[in-house]
Design a protein around this ligand. Structure first.
Ligand SMILES: *Cc1c(COP(=O)(O)O)cnc(C)c1O
Length: 341
């Protein structure tokens, strides 16, 4: 059995999703003539109670567009030190937009209103970069799938308003947070100026992210997407996968969360595991005892057909997803019991 738990991006379209893709009505989206893309953007904007949305090939491009929309070269973005936009977008924020970061020392990738407030530079003190944007990640990636309380996000919003900062949400895994915390997309739509969401992670589509904002912002985003080379033609085939995912693959995220919790519980009982971080959604981060190398754990599991990944030195990561079925889950739980060092 080959079981790939390195990420929730490894899922492949199901036969039903492929069927929906094959049947999509398409047109040239660069002329805004693809009916399925137009419908998808409408559905996503409405879901969040926002005015407009724009389809992107990747979450990175959607985030980079949000940054470019809201900043000038030299400006500063306030975010957690583990943010995807800082760590995993290949320096795009500085390459594309010439901006820099004030990296806050958050908890599991999450920052507080208090920290944001302290992180804002006085605009009259011209020696320091202009604080322009606050970027939140929910759920957190490197933070192990942790999710925010709405109340904290509201407090941060207040500070953004007081200081004229735009408020961006990197919601690549927002779907997981919505299910785990029983929240509604409109609660996020009310708060943020721009939101990016991914369809190619927990929701199981092969490609696709969407940026959501007001109409004026999305009109400007259209030009930036063009500059980034992200304009697609008959992308309705891809948008159809996104529509299918919205209709079929959200509530089942509970299964991923339950399995992740069960894996975490099992690891806690393993003699070779020192720490398991709290499991909130579909990501499990754990550390073997220091005398057991990360690579050794990865290799032992590989021998049993189970792939997991290295998150940082001494920290291993497991991500559950749509293609990780119950039979595989039972096999992995047993494998954890069987390996010894
Ligand atoms: C995966 C991810 C993205 C976007 O990734 P792409 O591979 O470019 O689609 C953005 N933010 C977070 C937190 C992610 O986990």
């Amino acid at each position: 059995m080959e079981i790939n738990l390195i990420s929730d991006t490894v899922t492949k379209p199901s036969p039903e999703m492929l069927q929906a893709m094959f049947q999509a009505k398409v047109g040239d989206d660069v002329f805004k003539q693809d009916p399925t893309v137009n419908e998808f953007e409408r559905i996503v904007a409405d879901l969040f109670g926002m005015e407009a949305a724009l389809f992107f090939p990747t979450g990175t491009m959607a985030n980079q567009t949000a940054i470019k929309l809201n900043t000038n070269p030299g400006d500063q973005i306030i975010c957690d030190k583990w943010s995807h936009i800082h760590l995993y977008e290949s320096g795009g924020a500085s390459a594309n937009s010439g901006v820099n970061f004030n990296l806050l020392d958050g908890h599991r990738g999450m920052i507080t209103a208090e920290q944001v407030k302290d992180g804002i530079n006085d605009p009259s003190f011209y020696h320091m970069p202009m604080s322009k944007m606050v970027a939140i990640e929910n759920t957190t990636n490197k933070g192990g799938g942790a999710c925010y309380e709405i109340s904290e996000l509201q407090k941060i919003k207040e500070i953004c308003k007081q200081h004229n900062l735009t408020y961006h949400l990197d919601g690549a895994r927002l779907w997981n947070a919505l299910v785990a915390k029983k929240q509604h997309p409109k609660q996020f739509g009310e708060l943020f100026d721009t939101i990016s969401v991914c369809f190619s992670k927990g929701l199981g589509a092969p490609i696709g992210s969407v940026l959501i904002a007001d109409k004026e912002t999305i009109n400007r985003a259209l030009r930036i997407r063009k500059i980034f080379g992200g304009n697609l033609r008959q992308s309705g085939y891809l948008a159809a996968a996104g529509i299918y995912a919205l209709q079929n693959n959200i509530s089942r995220l509970e299964d991923d969360h339950r399995r992740a919790k069960e894996l975490g519980n099992k690891l806690e009982q393993c003699s070779w595991v020192e720490v398991v971080e709290p499991v909130e959604t579909n990501i499990v981060i754990f550390s073997p005892f220091p005398h057991i190398s990360d690579q050794l754990v990865i290799d032992r599991l590989k021998q049993k057909g189970i792939a997991i990944s290295l998150m940082a030195k001494g920290k291993l990561r497991i991500v559950t997803h749509l293609d990780y079925r119950q039979v595989m889950h039972e096999y992995v739980l047993e494998a954890f019991d069987k390996i010894a060092f």
